[in-house]
Design a protein around this ligand. Structure first.
Ligand code: WQD
Length: 340
């Protein structure tokens, strides 16, 4: 059974990917430091798949601990690297922590891939590397623009590090640029864990509807879009998770063509904030309390993916639509409330 290291495997996308990997027959070992997740996720993954993933808790930006881990786990056949800080707004206030955590962790992993001859890694990247694209839908060939935040800059830096490292060493990487992952596993046992006030739109919608928040602020209705609110490419987190299994299979199965391949993970459809709210109201039967507020600094106006390369070359396509995404997010929020 092939052993895959999933860093950040108790996080939102990481936990959903562990479930898909286990269900595809992979042995999984998770490394996480719970900076943005909870150890309960391990039990919930086990309840879904019946298999408790191996697990170690330490910070991957610690060079000594990371080297010690790899020395004890030489049988790792592939790595999926999620572990990183990921809040755009927070990164504006804590740039040094973002560079320290996101970049040094990657360097420590690469150093050990070289030391132990581990060849394949899937890297968690982001559509934030595009900034506001000149053309839409945005393809993987679009120019990388000046980052709008330290978070986006760390993703750009990591992709550049991977580009040079994979051409110099026997290392191959597939970088997956996520658009806006939302929703939750159908079991409602795992989902987007709400630690503090959510930055992202969908958890704020469901927390407002369940009564944890008074009102949703819609950041701007004066954009150059059909209804004036900003547009994003929202994609179900399970579709994102499945793409990671396809990417690992591509490399372990020797199909990967080059040292670094980059794929957009989106649906190809753009949805405005108001359209997301309308979808939520449709699937939940709840009337959402929201107010139009000024634009949020750092937000781009509109972005959605050209998915042809991922569909044709990677052989993966998003299957779930907006209503299914919002229904799963609402089911997850209600499951969280029932545990209180
Ligand atoms: C979406 C839209 C807001 C909250 C995220 C991740 C980033 C990257 C891309 C992975 C915007 C509006 C939001 C609210 C609102 N993903 N909004 N009221 O900014 O696109 O970035 O996806 O790497 O890491 O953070 O997502 O959900 O914050 O915002 O009106 O209370 O919803 O203005 O137009 P964003 P988001």
């Amino acid at each position: 059974m092939k052993k895959i290291l999933v860093t950040g495997g108790t996080g939102f996308i990481g936990s959903h990917t562990v479930v898909e990997l286990q269900q595809e027959g992979y042995e999984v070992i998770i490394v996480d430091n719970f900076s943005n997740s909870s150890i309960d996720v391990l039990d919930n993954i086990t309840r879904i798949t019946g298999i408790k993933p191996a697990f170690e808790e330490f910070d991957l930006s610690d060079r000594i601990k990371t080297a010690d881990f790899f020395r004890r786990n030489k049988d790792i056949e592939g790595i999926i690297h999620f572990a990183a800080f990921k809040a755009v707004g927070e990164s504006m206030e804590k740039p040094i922590e973002y560079y320290q955590n996101n970049v040094v962790s990657l360097l420590n992993i690469l150093e050990n891939m070289k030391a132990y001859g581990i060849r394949d890694m899937v890297f968690s990247s982001s559509c934030t590397v595009y900034g506001q694209p000149d053309e839409l839908p945005v393809t993987e060939q679009a120019p990388i623009k000046q980052a709008w935040s330290p978070y986006g800059n760390t993703k750009q830096m990591c992709e550049e590090i991977l580009s040079f490292t994979t051409s110099a060493l026997p290392i191959r990487t597939i970088a997956l640029r996520y658009f806006n992952p939302i929703g939750a596993h159908e079991s409602a046992l795992i989902g987007e864990l709400p630690l503090g006030v959510p930055n992202n739109l969908v958890p704020f919608i469901t927390q407002t509807a369940i009564g944890l928040r008074k009102v949703l602020s819609v950041f701007g209705d004066d954009y150059n879009t059909p209804d004036g609110t900003a547009i994003r490419d929202y994609i179900h987190v399970v579709d994102i998770a499945k793409a990671h299994v396809v990417a690992i299979q591509r490399m372990i199965g020797e199909k990967g063509k080059s040292d670094l391949e980059i794929f957009n993970l989106g649906t190809g459809n753009g949805s405005s904030v108001l359209e997301v709210i309308q979808s939520f109201e449709r699937v939940s039967g709840e009337k959402l309390n929201y107010q139009i507020k000024p634009r949020r600094p750092g937000d781009v106006e509109k972005v959605w993916a050209d998915t042809r390369f991922a569909n044709e070359e990677l052989g993966w396509k998003a299957e779930l639509g907006m209503d299914e995404m919002m229904a799963s997010a609402w089911k997850w929020e209600k499951a969280l409330a029932s545990k209180k």
